[in-house]
Every structure is written in structure tokens, then in C-alpha cells.
Design a protein around this ligand. Structure first.
Ligand code: AR6
Length: 170
């Protein structure tokens, strides 16, 4: 797998799968989640509603991932994952790494060759950027895939890009 980091808006990424930093309710929100639903259109939310209705308790456990159509986006599918909320007292990093490895497992199962990730949990969920980047790279490297050949981290700021570039060169 080729791993790279770029600055950009993930809704515009020309890849097979974009990953959404969603929440367990899967019904949209702010940040990258809001941007994906706004750009992709109502088909994505409709599919999320169907999926969530079938999940135990109506929630996607944090660290797991599910796929929907990408609606009007250039990507073919959106894989939705719910990251952990940053905790200064509990180490939830296995859950954050799982977001990446599980999303890749789901994308690979669809036959995706190219996958774009945002910095999961590094916005509203408050995860410190440098560590979020390290966990992201570790989570991707831990995944075993058959089809995926490129993973692109699409970062929304120069600061996030620098953090991911540093994590990739470690
Ligand atoms: N493209 C790429 N990255 C983006 C974009 C974009 N268009 N927009 C924002 N980011 P966040 P979280 C970056 O808050 O921390 C939502 O309400 C952003 O700068 O979107 O996992 C969900 O519904 C940051 O670096 O996700 C959940 O409730 C990164 O994406 C909650 O927020 C992640 O920030 C999830 O919080």
C-alpha cells in the first residue's frame, strides 16, 4: 500500500472510497460529516437510516465501519466510521486505530483500490493532532488488504498536513 498525505477537501477526492468521521447515530453532524452529506446529497443519509435501523441499539459502535453509496460525490462509496472522543484519562487509541483498519477492511471488501481518510477524531472529538496522525498511520499499516493500493490522508489545514507528513516519515 502506498500512503500519502495531501491538503484538500475530502468531498472532492477522486478515489473509490472516502471515509467519513461520523458519530454512532450515523444521521449526520458537523465537520467533515456535514460536508460529505451536503455535497453528496440525500441518498447517503437515506442509506445511513436503513443501516442504523438494523444495528443493535440503533448505533454504530465506535471503531467499526459501514459503507453506503457516495451519492453525487466523485467517490464510489462512503465508508462511515465513528471515532472515539478524546479522553485525557483513558487510552482509547486502540479504538481510533480500529477506525482506520476497519474502514480499510470494509473498503477492501468492496474491491476499492484507492481510499481517502480525514483526520478522524481530530476535530469536534478533540484528539490532539500529532497523536491522531500517529494512530492513523498505525491503524492503516495494521490493516491487511487485497485490493487497496493507495491510502490518501486528505487534510483540511496546513497544521494537519504537517502532522500527517511527520507521522508518515516516522
Ligand atoms: N475535508 C477534509 N477534512 C475535513 C473537512 C473536509 N471537507 N471538513 C473538516 N475536516 P470532525 P471528529 C477535518 O470534527 O473530530 C461531526 O459532527 C477537520 O478539520 O469533522 O471525528 C460528526 O457527526 C478535522 O481535522 O470529526 C461527529 O459528531 C477532521 O476533519 C463528530 O463531528 C475531523 O474533524 C466527529 O468528530
Amino acid at each position: 500500500m502506498d500512503l500519502r498525505a495531501v491538503r484538500g477537501d475530502i468531498t472532492q477526492a477522486d478515489v473509490d472510497v472516502i471515509v467519513n468521521a461520523a458519530n454512532p447515530g450515523l444521521l449526520g453532524g458537523g465537520g467533515v460529516d456535514g460536508a460529505i452529506h451536503a455535497a453528496g446529497g440525500p441518498e447517503i443519509l437515506a442509506e445511513c437510516r436503513t443501516i442504523v435501523a438494523r444495528l443493535p441499539g440503533g448505533r454504530l459502535p465506535r471503531g467499526q465501519a459501514v459503507a453506503t453509496t457516495a451519492g453525487r460525490l466523485p467517490a464510489r462509496w462512503v465508508v462511515h466510521t465513528a471515532g472515539p472522543i478524546w479522553s485525557a484519562t483513558r487510552d482509547l487509541s486502540p479504538v481510533l486505530r480500529s477506525c482506520y483498519s476497519e474502514s480499510l477492511r470494509v473498503a477492501d471488501g468492496l474491491g476499492a483500490r484507492t481510499v481517502a481518510f480525514p483526520a478522524i477524531s481530530a476535530g469536534v472529538y478533540g484528539w490532539p493532532l500529532e497523536d491522531a496522525a500517529r494512530q492513523a498511520v498505525a491503524g492503516v499499516r495494521a490493516a491487511s488488504v487485497e485490493h487497496v493500493r493507495e491510502v490518501r490522508f486528505v487534510l483540511f489545514s496546513d497544521e494537519a498536513l504537517a502532522a500527517f507528513e511527520a507521522a508518515l516519515s516516522d
